[in-house]
Design a protein around this ligand. Structure first.
Ligand code: GLU
Length: 428
């Protein structure tokens, strides 16, 4: 599933395109094309067998004009400084388009977390914070989970930071477990946020969500709750999900014509997102090649795995029935594929709009930590829906007004807000 696309090059190409449209000054471009600060470091960890292993860690702070840097920490064997740069850059645009007062950051460790014991994972998380604690903080840079990291890991990191600074500081990190400073609704937030944008897009396209069929890529946190939301909130039918199979080191698509049951599939999925093929087969699912999800005769495609998945080649496999692509993943579509999607008239909900529900509830989590007062799940999800709907409409309005592709429109909204904040602070 790892792609050949350099995600940071892709993020810069997307930005350059819109910078030209907006005729941005050279100095503004220089500031926004590159992260403001980058950290690359080594984390020594004592393994269970007594040996030491050294891990490569990263944190990139792209831009904090609108508020503290914000963004997840990814644990992935294929992590590189360029992936982290791209993801940090997209976080700046994501927080701006969602209109939350935060900047963009991202972190990572080159590791397959499935190969570590619980104790080793805890020591790695604490080690990451021991290196970075002076450069993170609730008024500086606030990490969160991403691919390969969990609420429990955020809890360990928050604890380590609190010990180092000498006071309980829940707001240093978000995506913590509920009961340990976490917010209700954070677990569902990214997937449900995807669904709110799909609902708004279908309204614009004049399509009844109850008639809609969906295929998803991935079966991690985003995809699971996007599938549940599509079925339970909108009454749509999800016919396919794909997942990475850790045992076979490849991916598969799980297909059921009359609709998959995400709760059942979750009950047979391990903590790293691998679905048990035998149990699925017994329950009537057909198991196909990992790339099959994109070929399905459906109305909506939701890539919710990694970056660089809809490429010049795979975009050709999209069925003529597809009317909408909702990008649950960060950077799933390459600029070459964008051209094809645009020409075919498929409506695209771009990544940093579509998946901004996660960071939006992270922001709510930080607000609740500051108040030391916690909202109900319904309150959180209602506030999330309001934010996502506003964000979607600001992008749609821009796209219609300027007659530009939705991704360009999202960039225009986001860049405008970040540039204004930089002007107000006297940076440009
Ligand atoms: N990792 C998530 C993202 O890419 C969430 C970031 C956060 O909550 O800060 O949006």
């Amino acid at each position: 599933m790892a792609s050949q696309t350099n995600a940071f090059e892709m993020a810069q190409r997307q930005f350059d395109r819109v910078a030209d449209l907006l005729k941005l000054d050279q100095s503004v471009r220089e500031l926004l094309r590159w992260p403001m600060r980058e950290y690359a470091f080594r984390i020594p960890v004592r393994m269970d067998d007594g040996s030491m292993r050294v891990f490569q860690g990263f944190r990139v702070q792209h831009n904090d004009a609108r508020g503290p840097n914000k963004g997840g920490i990814r644990f992935h064997p294929a992590e590189t400084i360029d992936t982290v740069r791209a993801l940090a850059t997209w976080m700046t645009w994501k927080c701006a388009v969602a209109d939350i007062p935060l900047g963009g950051g991202k972190g990572g460790v080159v590791v397959d977390p499935a190969t570590l014991s619980v104790g080793e994972k805890e020591r790695l998380c604490r080690g990451w914070v021991q290196v970075m604690w002076k450069n993170i903080g609730n008024r500086q840079d606030v990490p969160a989970p991403d691919v390969g990291t969990t609420p429990q890991m955020m809890g360990w990191m928050m604890d380590e930071y609190s010990k180092l600074v000498g006071e309980y500081t829940p707001g240093v990190i978000t995506g913590k477990p509920v009961g340990g400073g976490g917010s209700l609704g954070r677990k569902e937030a990214t997937g449900f946020g995807v669904v709110y944008t799909v609902r708004e897009a279908l309204k614009h396209l004049n399509i009844d969500p109850k008639t809609v069929t969906v295929a998803l890529q991935g079966f991690g946190n985003v995809s699971q709750f996007a599938a549940i939301g599509m079925i339970e909130h909108l009454g749509s039918t999800v016919v396919a999900v794909s997942c990475w199979d850790r045992d076979d080191n490849t991916s598969y698509t799980f297909y059921k014509k009359d609709g998959i049951d995400p709760h059942f599939l979750m009950s047979i999925t391990d903590q790293y997102g691998t679905i048990d093929k035998n149990a699925a087969r017994d329950a009537g699912y057909s198991i196909e090649d990992g790339g099959a999800w994109i070929t399905k005769d459906v109305d909506v495609l939701i890539p919710a795995a990694l970056e660089g998945q809809i490429t010049a080649e795979t975009v050709q496999l999209i069925h003529p029935s597809v009317k909408l692509i909702a990008e649950g993943a960060n950077g799933p579509t390459t600029p070459e594929a964008d051209e094809v999607i645009k020409n075919r008239g498929i409506f695209d909900v771009p990544d940093f709009l579509c998946n901004s529900g996660g960071v939006t509830v992270s922001y709510f989590e930080g607000v609740q930590n500051d108040m030391n007062f916690y909202w109900t799940k319904d309150e959180v999800l209602e506030k999330l829906d309001t934010k996502m709907t506003q964000a979607f409409n600001s992008v749609l309005d821009m796209s219609l007004r300027e007659n530009v592709y939705t991704r360009d429109a999202a960039y225009m909204v986001a860049i405008d807000r970040v540039v204004k904040a930089m002007q107000l602070r006297g940076w440009i």
